[in-house]
Design a protein. Structure first.
Length: 118
């Protein structure tokens, strides 16, 4: 079982940047992609973006394209979410997850709060 731990969240002002990390442990050889989701209060969980683990191809939701960047460090089994030009609408609990080849999200981190003040 892959274990995921997010870090790097906090309170920032609009326009600021923040970088989240998600460290994976366990059978990481089975990872097809690492993805980020977020859930704002009163809203459903929303896909943010992901990265294909072996080849590094990234993909993003329209709402964050151009502002957020996902990268990974294979040696450290860590995926990063660099968030620039943050907006109050980005306030949410951010989760990382492992995506399987079949498109299932098998493992989740505990989530980390990001709050953007106006």
């Amino acid at each position: 079982q892959v274990h995921l731990v997010e870090s790097g969240g906090g309170l920032v002002q609009a326009g600021d940047s923040l970088r989240l990390s998600c460290a994976a442990s366990g059978p990481t050889f089975s990872i097809y992609a690492m993805v980020w989701f977020r859930q704002a209060p009163g809203k459903e969980r929303e896909f943010v973006g992901g990265i294909r683990w072996s080849v590094g191809i990234t993909y993003y939701a329209d709402s964050v394209t151009g502002r957020f960047t996902i990268s990974r460090d294979i040696a450290e089994n860590t995926v990063y979410l660099e968030m620039d030009s943050l907006e109050p609408e980005d306030t949410a609990v951010y989760y990382c997850s492992v995506e399987s080849v079949g498109g299932h999200y098998d493992y989740w981190g505990q989530g980390i709060q990001v709050t953007v003040s106006s």
